[in-house]
Design a protein around this ligand. Sequence first.
Ligand code: GTP
Ligand code: SAM
Ligand code: SF4
Ligand code: SF4
Length: 327
Amino acid sequence: MQDRFQREINYLRISITDRCNLRCVYCMPPEGVKLVEHEDILRLEEIETIVRAAAAVGIRKLRLTGGEPLIRKGIVRLVRKLSAVPGIDDLALTTNGILLARYLKSLEEAGLNRVNISLDTLRPERFKEITRGGNLTDVWQGIKAALASSLHPVKLNTVIIRGSNDDEILDFARLTMEFPLHVRFIELMPIGTCNAWAEEKRVPYYEIKEQIEKELGSLVAYEEVPGGGPAKYYRLPGALGTIGFITAMSNHFCNHCNRIRLTAQGQIRPCLHSEWEIDLKGPLRQGAREEELQALISQAIQGKPRRHSMDSEGWQDQRRSMFQIGG
Ligand SMILES: Nc1nc2c(ncn2[C@@H]2O[C@H](COP(=O)(O)OP(=O)(O)OP(=O)(O)O)[C@@H](O)[C@H]2O)c(=O)[nH]1
Ligand SMILES: C[S@@+](CC[C@H](N)C(=O)[O-])C[C@H]1O[C@@H](n2cnc3c(N)ncnc32)[C@H](O)[C@@H]1O
Ligand code: SF4
Ligand code: SF4
């Protein structure tokens, strides 16, 4: 379905839990977050019902995210249900990779198509610091398992933070020479615990690109990486994988926005940045029929703002952060 700015909205990102087994310094506070009552989180069957309604109004791609989607009980069952919904032709997952090796085979068998793995450093000690306790080996096992599976293309999400991991840009770029990985450098957005310092520590994509080109050779634009997201891809000479840039701040991609979100608590959030949401959980639990859900989702699509204004306003939403909305 088109929104009022003639953008085709066909991608639903679903936060299936607001909990996480890591505490990345830019995303969550060290103590974690106030736990939402179990009752307030959408049940798997409710997610399925919403997806059926969304597919009926033109959603074709789904992404399960969070929080950490792999800690949600029943994740494999959910993937099996959603992959069977008529109209859905791409079902992907964004994960921190800690539990990926454990679940990969079952997810693949259940119908998952692709996986994006978040990884901000290749150094074990630094990984512990950035994630406040995570084990890098677990993530590497997940990445290797994904590469050995049918879930291609395998993409990495790497947020570069000045003074923290900006000395690893070339190491990440070199990974694409060795493995068929799609390494995407993401500009830090003022969302989560980094709200106050994101601007100061953000490394704009052109700095990263310049450094890679200076040291490793020209980046040639590459448009063949399947997906529904905003990354722009390039390839180093002779590389097996690609290098992508997600330029959320220095060159926003809202003009080509194709997505809406479903929060873990059951609201449709038409834009990552806008606080405006439409509740589906309430109507669903009061017995709304699928047509009513379709009407609410259509309303959300029609109400999508033209673009975010994180550059001028930062993050004002006191209720929700990235992991509740589905980053
Ligand atoms: N500003 C903005 N950033 C987004 C949006 N969606 C995703 N991002 C950023 O892009 C990152 C990567 O998103 P992923 O979950 O890997 O999904 P994707 O890149 O859309 O997925 P594919 O291209 O389909 O593989 C997220 O972690 C966010 O930082 C969005 O709507 N707006
Ligand atoms: C919120 S996490 C949820 C899924 C899963 N836990 C993971 O880390 O992949 C999704 C992505 O959002 C990114 N992210 C979180 N906060 C961000 C911010 N302030 N700016 C840019 N990306 C951010 C993370 O790096 C991760 O790649
Ligand atoms: S970025 Fe992902 S892994 Fe890290 S704390 Fe946020 S939700 Fe958890
Ligand atoms: S910030 Fe909002 S309008 Fe821009 S790409 Fe993300 S969801 Fe779309």
